[in-house]
Ligand binder design. Structure first.
Ligand SMILES: C[S@@+](CC[C@H](N)C(=O)[O-])C[C@H]1O[C@@H](n2cnc3c(N)ncnc32)[C@H](O)[C@@H]1O
Length: 397
């Protein structure tokens, strides 16, 4: 091996060992085939078990990700350089190197210009502090949905959507330790619609966190389900599929660890919550949408001060319904928080109900919660709502 080749191998092993490695891009395959990768990117990611190297193989329009331990990653990169690919762009925290291999295998290694400085520290999958799914790195579902261009840059006009998606995955990030660490995480997304956030969930678990995930997206609209399954096929994604059906009738084949329901209409949210509790799902993330149940049942004059102000009546009904939902989830054994959800373009429905299954049931707390709810419902003449009816029907309260 030439001295430049040896120097490159040393650079690879030393930089991975001392933690200064940032990113490597291998391109110009030595042998071009339609089935082999045209490019491979490698970068460090911080996972639960420590630093791993994420290897992304691009084959045609598809990308395949794999996380390997650092030793295996070093051996892979040393083989990619020269044996599998002619060109290598290699970045450490301090400098950037470019290696080119001639047809005869001769290696030349040059230091990159300062303008080509490597990206800042990225050993955490939270490497871009604001974005768990970073701008600047090709992300297949964002490219397929037009949010990113093929080179990984977020298109300016889609930046708001990109930020929403990242804000959303932060909610998932916050509950990671409440989900199985080594087994497949089973997720059901009720009322998935066009499924930006369902694809984001899949990408985040699988490619950013290196976790095994299996996601079912359910929607009663056949057209959106067909579109989503088309994206799955186009990207060659595994362990994510979409199915047509009504939330109230859905039967899960196995244990569901995370149940998501974002902006499912009216009482569909209650059907989603009831199903999740019945399954004993570990975490529930629900953003209720339009609310008609209580609004139509409450007498318009239930609060004299609201008379003649329909909007206040509706807002009160929505808030009361969400407070009761949170209270019922507490009574059913979930630690529940209502938080502000991401700022969506077309909806003011912006409350996220996050419920995490308690490990032990604290009867004093649930008893107190139940009492508070009863007092509240009596005070405002609120009848038992759909979620309560369902939980009682399933003997879950
Ligand atoms: C406003 S979209 C939200 C889509 C997606 N979850 C999001 O937040 O971007 C609501 C979706 O829920 C679906 N949906 C509403 N009620 C449903 C039900 N009972 N069963 C299945 N899907 C339902 C609708 O068809 C629609 O696609």
């Amino acid at each position: 091996m030439s001295s430049a080749g040896e120097k490159l191998n040393l650079l690879i092993s030393d930089s991975v060992l001392d933690g200064s490695f940032r990113k490597a891009v291998f391109s110009k395959p030595v042998e071009k085939t339609s089935t082999g990768p045209s490019r491979i990117d490698v970068r460090p990611v911080m996972l639960k078990g420590g630093v791993k190297l994420q290897v992304t193989r691009r084959v045609g329009a598809q990308e395949f990700h794999e996380n390997v331990d650092t030793k295996e990653g070093v051996a892979l990169m040393q083989r990619f350089a020269g044996v599998v690919f002619r060109d290598v762009h290699y970045g450490t925290s301090a400098e950037k190197w470019i290696a080119r291999h001639s047809r005869k295998g001769k290696c030349t290694l040059t230091r990159g210009k300062s303008a080509d400085r490597p990206p800042e520290s990225n050993t955490s999958h939270n490497r871009n502090r604001k974005h768990l799914i970073p701008d600047g790195e090709p992300c297949p579902f964002l490219i397929a949905t037009g949010i990113m261009s093929a080179n990984g840059r977020v298109r300016a006009k889609h930046y708001a959507k990109f930020r929403q998606i990242n804000r959303y995955v932060e909610f998932i990030h916050d509950i990671l330790d409440r989900l199985p660490a080594d087994d497949t995480i089973n997720v059901v997304d009720f009322g998935c619609g066009k499924s930006y956030l369902t694809f984001a969930t899949h990408h985040f678990f699988q490619n950013v966190c290196g976790r095994q995930v299996s996601i079912t997206g359910l929607d009663r609209r056949q057209d959106v389900v067909e579109t989503c399954n088309g994206i799955v096929r186009e990207l060659g994604l595994e362990n994510i599929h979409f199915t047509v059906g009504d939330i109230a009738d859905f039967q899960s084949a196995g244990q569901v660890h995370l149940t998501i329901s974002l902006h499912a209409c009216d009482t569909a949210t209650d059907d989603a919550l009831a199903a999740a509790v019945a399954w004993g799902t570990d975490v529930i993330l629900a953003v209720p949408c339009c609310q008609h149940e209580l609004s139509t049942q409450l007498p318009k004059n239930h609060l004299p001060l609201f008379s003649g102000h329909g909007i206040l009546h509706d807002k009160f009904s929505s808030l009361a319904t969400d407070a009761i939902r949170a209270g019922l989830l507490e009574c059913a054994g979930y630690e529940t928080r209502v938080m502000e959800f991401i700022d969506m373009e077309h909806t003011a429905k912006n409350l996220l109900i996050r419920a995490i299954k308690r490990t032990g049931v604290d009867t004093a707390t649930t008893g107190h919660g139940r009492e508070q709810m009863q007092v509240f419902c009596q005070q405002f003449s609120i009848p038992p709502l759909r979620l309560q009816q369902k939980l009682e029907e399933y003997h879950l309260l």
